[in-house]
Design a protein around this ligand. Sequence first.
Ligand code: ATP
Length: 256
Amino acid sequence: MPTVDPALSLRGLTKRFGDTIAVDPLDLDVPRGSFYGLVGPNGAGKTTTLSMATGLLRPDAGTAAVLGVDVWRDPVAAKARIGLLPDGLRLFDRLTGEQLVTYAGLLRGMDRRLVAERTAELLATLGLTDARDKLVIDYSAGMTKKVTLACALIHGPRLLVLDEPFEAVDPVSARTIRGILHGFVEAGGTVVLSSHVMDLVERICTDVAIIAAGRVRAAGTVDEVRGAGSLEDRFLDLVGAPADVEGLAWLRTSSD
Ligand SMILES: Nc1ncnc2c1ncn2[C@@H]1O[C@H](COP(=O)(O)OP(=O)(O)OP(=O)(O)O)[C@@H](O)[C@H]1O
């Protein structure tokens, strides 16, 4: 029987920044059609991993493949399959929201009329129609997240990679985004997202990997990884619960 390539396959990915080992080496398979959560403490290597997986940052060693296409050997074909919502990357924020999404579509080599249709549809679905003529630099953090998501979706990718997609997004917009992502997965797409919010990952993801110090500590379906407890319990077991806070005594003394 022919095997089906995973939506994303990472093998031996490694990255150092000077003396800091950010990713050390990391293996991960994201099955097609999954809604995959990456969780880990601050500095665990999630953003570095996702950047190497999507062609933004060259690994020191290892490979990344999207639906069987090597991201670093065949970046054009791989990137055509990926929609990316990066965390903290500079946008062309002197464009209006409408111009930014249009630009993302044209950069992908799409037909101008199709770009216009999809841009209008995406802005409407994400509640940005009224703000379409406003400069992105004047958008709120949540609006910026939504317009970046529109840019990630315009070319109809098969794999969506989202770094902290719900950060700064209000509950109404979060629900809209969840609806879009669920629809995308139901239609056969795959979503990989990083988040610090365990409840959210537990609620919306089918699969999860816990990353700490640049390595995968546990991976599988959400039920497999959390076992009998909650995902947060498992996370704290693997990553280490914080020690009792003993410092900051001055914060506990009342001085009226
Ligand atoms: N450009 C860089 N130069 C130097 N060190 C870096 C760089 N990018 C990341 N690092 C370091 O690599 C490690 C992993 O960082 P990374 O941003 O991948 O973690 P993360 O899991 O995404 O963290 P967070 O949850 O806080 O966003 C950290 O120690 C970080 O300081």
